[in-house]
Ligand binder design. Structure first.
Ligand code: GDP
Ligand code: IMO
Ligand code: MG
Length: 437
């Protein structure tokens, strides 16, 4: 029984939510291993739209356990709000959700500190989601963070939190931010959150490993994308967690030997939100067209996403870092009707071709993408349920991406709805995901 990781192969928003939701019924547990409510995973079911941020995209399915792993940073207010929104739609979240006692907590002072680093004159702004994600991870790595288990320990929390608050205020003032923080109100607020979350908090690594021992199937859901991974992405224009496949082991407490496959989700083109180099970005009318047709506006912040063309060197790199067994190519329909479609097949710099992803954003900003033009297709790709019924040029496009990246396109998505998805018969993807339970 395969346990599979599904994660972003680009800079996020590849359509992970749709794919995780669609295949969740073949697994028993759906586990998030990193990130926080910087993620926005959209799931469309009929005419209902759900935007999941902290809660795994498996939550809509009865009989499945959704897990917020230890690798996440949790803003309790955001989590409770997300739970309530889902509950109003009739989803019994409390019956289906487990939250790690080792996950770290985001406080309002984390957002304050983020503002300080993002807005300060002279600092390079990352263009973050302003959710306090980075500063919360800084406290985690700095060994002064508050974890879910600490939040539930009322006696410990009061003293510990006071010192942490004082530290942050001192820092803010040193940098000229005259903010105040009412400690008593904060403590009361967070103690109330703790009581609401307490019934769902447990040792999720033990829960997941028990399930694995019992022969249950686990699907790991990545947030963000590999190019936003703190180690492997376009540092410093990255998020503060390990979104690549390696993050699963640390962020869920699962041994690497229990993971059987990794699936990379990639758009048929590429987008990025926030700052940082983007070799295939299209600033012209075609870029605008992709943004409008693909509705490329952030699901968390509403910011317009920067749009560009499929980047083979980038995909080869993220395939290497993650060991993709298969790719899901999403949003193929967004390319319908284009005369021709550019694909970047190589990076050139200083007269030569690069054979590795540059380590610095200075170098990446200087690469010249080498484009080839592939023929577009006139007939819509959307609504087709068999691979061989896709327009011939669309199949040729997908097969070109497979050849160039060395990874099969085992599944193709041609619309936001669940039914607009094609699984390639005989693909590794089909065998990894297994039969419908
Ligand atoms: P995630 O963060 O990776 O889960 O992706 P987002 O949900 O942030 O962004 C993907 C957007 O594309 C969402 O609005 C989805 O509903 C939508 N979407 C997913 N797959 C497809 C597809 O194949 N075609 C189209 N047109 N939209 C899609
Ligand atoms: P999903 O899971 C796209 C980007 C932000 C910013 C950088 C750092 O929906 O694919 P952060 O707030 O994490 O410190 O911001 O990362 N970013 C995302 N971009 N999709 C996401 O999540 C993202 N989460 C963070 O725009 O550039
Ligand atoms: Mg998203």
């Amino acid at each position: 029984m395969s346990n599979v990781v599904i994660l972003g192969a680009q800079w996020g928003d590849e359509g992970k939510g749709k794919i995780v939701d669609l295949f969740a019924d073949r697994f028993d547990l759906i586990v998030r291993y990193q990130g926080g409510h910087n993620a926005g995973h959209t799931v469309l079911v009929g005419n209902r739209k759900y935007i999941l941020k902290l809660i795994p995209s498996g939550i809509l399915h009865a009989g499945k356990t959704s897990v917020i792993g230890n690798g996440l940073v949790v803003d309790p207010a955001a989590l409770i709000q997300e739970m309530e929104t889902l509950e109003q739609s009739g989803i019994p979240v409390r019956e289906r959700l487990a939250i790690s006692n080792r996950a770290h907590i985001i406080f309002p002072f984390h957002r304050l500190l983020e503002k300080l680093t993002e807005d300060r004159p002279g600092r390079v702004s990352i263009g973050t989601t302003s959710r306090g994600i980075g500063p919360a991870y800084e406290d985690k790595i700095g060994r002064r963070g508050v974890r879910m288990a600490d939040l539930l320990d009322r006696e410990f929390l009061a003293g510990y939190l006071r010192v942490l608050c004082e530290d942050k205020l001192t820092l803010a003032r040193a940098f000229g931010l005259e903010e105040t923080l009412d400690f008593a109100t904060l403590l009361a607020e967070y103690s109330a959150y703790a009581e609401r979350l307490r019934p769902m908090v447990c040792d999720t690594a033990a829960l997941v490993n028990r399930a694995l021992r019992d022969g249950k199937r686990v699907l790991f859901e990545g947030a963000q994308g590999t190019m936003l991974d703190v180690d492997h992405g376009t540092y410093p224009f990255v998020t503060s967690s390990s979104s690549a496949a390696g993050g699963v082991c640390t962020g869920a407490g699962v041994p690497p030997t229990r993971i059987h496959g990794v699936v990379g989700i990639s758009k048929a083109y590429i987008t990025r939100v926030g700052s940082g180099p983007f070799p295939t970005e299209d600033f012209g009318p075609l870029g605008d067209r992709i943004r409008n047709v693909g509705r490329e506006f952030g699901s968390v912040t509403g910011r317009p996403r920067r749009c560009g063309w499929f980047d083979v060197p980038l995909l080869r790199y993220t395939a290497m870092v993650n060991g993709f067994d298969s790719m899901v190519i999403t949003k193929l329909d967004v390319l319908d009707g284009l005369e021709s479609i550019p694909v970047c097949v190589a990076y050139r710099m200083g007269g030569g071709t690069l054979d590795a992803m540059p380590a610095t954003v200075r170098e990446l900003a200087r690469v010249e993408p080498v484009f080839v033009q592939l023929p577009g297709w006139k007939q819509p790709s959307s609504g087709v349920s068999r691979y061989d019924e896709l327009p011939a040029e669309a199949r040729a496009y997908l097969e070109f991406l497979e050849r160039e990246t060395g990874v099969e396109a085992g599944c193709v998505s041609t619309g936001a709805e669940r039914n607009l998805t094609i699984v390639r018969p005989g693909s590794k993807f089909e065998s990894l995901m297994g039969a419908r339970a």
